[in-house]
Design a protein around this ligand. Structure first.
Ligand code: 13P
Length: 256
């Protein structure tokens, strides 16, 4: 079975002091949970501080973005070289980056390749907007995003990637996708595309998270779906108690 992975995307929230406190609470809350991989993605400014807090625990660390060049005159950007050794994961192509900061399938692909070259595991975000959803374009659109993100990757590289299916209309809106519907989209547009690009074995190795208004009261429904391996969580990851409930919710995978 694919190891479930619950990641907290703290977005542009938490000062360094707040991030340290939250990371400490999460570390304590998940100390006895071995079967679920937990990843915290604080803002860049808090990565080092959070790393110190979670050091020696099984909690992993992710960045929310990065540029693809190792160094250079790119004011304000953070490179894979700077994140390597600090983080295990990096979120790439979040819809907010695509929407507000001009990221495209091409830049996502460059970032994915740069991350893998530095042993950073990409969490690649895909997902349709409301108009696309209502027009029935979801499967084709998400499939095209997957093709763009994975372009030029070997099967071995592809199998390491985590994909987060985050319908834009469900992010921060309280309107989550219906679990079985999200599972069907993941099966067809993500695993189906990976099967076509590589083979069934690669498609079955890639872990796929659902994201968009994941909350304590709906996590088990998502995690009970066969093609959903975890969640990428915004709002509900900003408090240790609700985030801990989500991580425990992933244990539903181990109930027969
Ligand atoms: P919310 O959980 O706040 O809807 O955010 C989802 C998200 O964008 C995670 O990356």
């Amino acid at each position: 079975m694919r190891t479930p992975i619950i990641a907290g995307n703290w977005k542009m929230f938490k000062t360094v002091a707040e991030a340290k406190a939250l990371a400490g609470e999460v570390r304590q809350a998940v100390a006895n949970i071995d079967q679920v991989e937990v990843v915290l993605c604080p803002p860049f400014t808090a990565l080092t501080a959070v790393k110190e807090v979670i050091d020696g625990s099984k909690v992993g660390l992710g960045a929310q973005n990065m540029y693809w060049e190792n160094q250079g005159a790119f004011t304000g950007e953070i490179s894979p070289l700077m994140l390597a050794g600090l983080c295990n994961y990096v979120i790439i192509g979040h819809s907010e980056r695509r929407q507000f900061f001009g990221e495209t399938d091409e830049t996502v692909n460059k970032k994915v390749k740069a991350a893998l070259a530095h042993q950073l595991l990409p969490i690649v975000c895909v997902g349709e907007n409301l108009a696309q959803y209502e027009a029935g374009e979801t499967v084709a659109f998400v499939g095209s995003q997957v093709k763009g993100a994975f372009a030029g990757l070997s099967a071995e590289e592809a199998a390491k990637i985590v994909v987060a299916y985050e319908p834009i209309w469900a992010i921060g809106t309280g309107k989550n996708a219906e679990a079985a519907g999200a599972n069907n989209i993941i099966a067809s547009s993500i695993r189906g595309t990976l099967t076509a690009l590589y083979n069934e074995s690669v498609a079955q190795k890639v872990r796929v998270q659902y994201g968009g208004s994941v909350k304590p009261d709906n996590i088990e429904g998502f995690m009970a779906q066969p093609d959903i391996d975890g969640a990428l969580v915004g709002g509900a990851s900003l408090k240790a108690d609700s985030f801990a409930v989500l991580i425990k919710g992933a244990l539903v995978k181990f109930k027969s």
